[in-house]
Design a protein around this ligand. Structure first.
Ligand code: R5P
Length: 292
């Protein structure tokens, strides 16, 4: 089946690489807002009988989900055979249970919504904690990729004597693998979250303080988790840490806050376009698309 790529992602490098490597045309869509903020969409390419690959990272999802829905419906109306969504960042994965009575379990509802108009989803390190596999909540085929190898390669190339640190128990899944690939020791801290902006971190016993601490988390959002670990490390006379996040959900103020707590550097994968991007995941996504 002929393939066509539609990029709604600011990083056009993804679409250009996929187009070249998959021998797929780039599709053209016109999207704008009417004066009252409603969305206008017009597809200018012939999509009939084609497999469409939409590239769109869904950070700040509330403003993106409606355009994505309208575009998908239009493509199907115009005869597209199947629609794959390549969403390097998949949102609404953290409210995966009812923590307090009356709360919406938005992970489930968002999965229902996407599953209703997309035929396949490809994503990188969705926040899998209490939900162990996307197939528990998505009814369409999903491909979950992991940024472990690109992160381990970056660490091996850039850091001498790394000590890899996961901020909380759920980070063990990626921290242990990254450490194995980077031939480095790792430890996992204990995190208790009291609120969005308040966590308590306890470090385990660590023998040597000589190396470079490398904190690795899946998401950096308010920076609260990173700052709390940095604080504990510096209180215990460790070197200034490097902070690595897979998904950069943080803004400039948060970046300044993390640096002011004593981070040596903040580095992220380019799943979400951000000034801290230094680890490229284009070819990881490509492998995921090809794994069909
Ligand atoms: C939470 O469980 C995640 O793995 C991250 O630790 C969390 O989302 C980071 O958020 P923040 O930067 O707001 O502490």
């Amino acid at each position: 089946m002929k393939k066509m790529i539609f990029s709604l992602h600011p990083n056009i490098q993804f679409a250009n690489t996929f187009s070249k490597e998959l021998n797929a045309e780039l599709g053209l869509v016109e999207m704008r807002h009417f004066p009252d903020d409603e969305i206008y969409i017009r597809v200018h390419s012939d999509v009939k009988n084609k497999l469409i690959i939409i590239v769109y990272s869904l950070d700040h999802p509330n403003n993106k989900i409606l355009p994505l829905f309208f575009l998908s419906k239009t493509l199907k109306e115009l005869g597209a055979k199947k629609i794959y969504l390549v969403a390097p960042y998949l949102p609404y994965m953290r409210q995966d249970k009812q923590f307090n009575s009356g709360e919406a379990v938005t992970s489930i509802y968002f999965a229902m919504l996407l599953s209703s108009f997309i035929d396949r989803l490809i994503t990188i390190d969705p926040h899998l904690h209490r939900i162990k596999n996307l197939s528990e909540i998505y009814t369409i085929p999903t491909t979950t990729l992991h940024a472990i190898t690109p992160i381990a390669e970056w660490i091996k190339t850039h850091i001498k004597s790394p000590l890899i640190i996961g901020p909380d128990e759920e980070s063990t899944q990626w921290v242990s693998e990254i450490a194995a690939q980077a031939n480095s020791p790792f430890v996992i801290a204990n995190k208790i979250r009291h609120s969005d902006a308040n966590v308590t971190i306890t470090l385990p016993d660590i023998n040597s303080k000589n190396g470079t601490p490398v904190l690795v988390d899946d998401i950096i959002s308010t920076g609260t988790s990173m700052c709390a670990v940095i604080q504990q490390l510096l209180l215990n006379q460790f070197n200034q840490p490097i902070c690595i996040g897979i998904h950069a959900l943080f803004d400039y103020e948060t970046q300044k806050k993390i640096m002011s707590y004593g981070a040596h550097q903040i580095v992220t994968c380019n799943t979400i376009t951000h000034p801290s991007n230094a680890i490229d995941i284009t070819y990881l996504l490509l492998e995921g698309i090809k794994s069909d």
